[in-house]
Design a protein around this ligand. Structure first.
Ligand code: NI
Length: 184
């Protein structure tokens, strides 16, 4: 089932996602729906707060970004902790399904060590670099209530301010299902 993606301005995007247990209700269905929603909107990652659930869960399929070092990179991440970020910071133009039609360069570390559970609640600790590491940092930010636009300079924040206000009011041209915060 395709779920509506929560738009910029909704308070759920600013909440810290809680850890979950294996008994979390209808977890498998939730993950399936997140995949379907992500692919429908042509995203490479989707975090649970973006579909209105304030929990520590995200899905990533960075395969289309064609990092030759990785090839396929499709994973479910639950109860994520980033143990360490290191390497050189590099810049890349990011976007976010919750902030349609806004893209800008963000600097992030090239490498990280992550601990997480997969969809079967098996724990993993991995070192990841390149594009998948970037997408993980973007999605993990969502779990912390942080959005990519928070990383921009004050000048750039001022430049996109009216776009963000328009998104929060639902005044945006988007070809996937979204849920906009109340405009009251
Ligand atoms: Ni995002």
């Amino acid at each position: 089932m395709i779920l509506p993606i929560v738009a910029y301005g909704d308070p759920v995007l600013r909440k810290k996602g809680a850890e979950i247990t294996k008994d979390y209700p209808e977890l498998k269905e939730l993950i399936d729906n997140m995949w379907e929603t992500m692919y429908e909107s042509n995203g490479v990652g989707l975090a649970a707060p973006q579909i209105g659930k304030s929990i520590n869960l995200f899905v990533i399929d960075a395969t289309p970004m064609q990092d030759p070092n990785y090839g396929e990179f499709k994973k479910v991440f639950i109860n994520v902790e980033i143990i360490e970020e290191f390497g050189e910071k590099w810049e890349y133009e990011e976007g976010c399904l919750s902030i349609p039609n806004v893209r800008d360069n963000v600097k992030r570390y090239s490498d990280l060590v992550i601990r997480y559970m997969d969809e079967n609640f098996v724990e993993h600790e991995e070192e990841i670099s390149g594009m998948p590491a970037r997408v993980i940092q973007h999605e993990f930010d969502h779990i912390k209530g942080v959005l990519f636009v928070d990383h921009l300079s004050e000048l750039k924040k001022r430049l996109i301010k009216s776009k963000l206000i328009n998104i929060s009011k639902g005044n945006v041209d988007v070809d996937y299902r979204m849920r906009f915060p109340s405009t009251r």
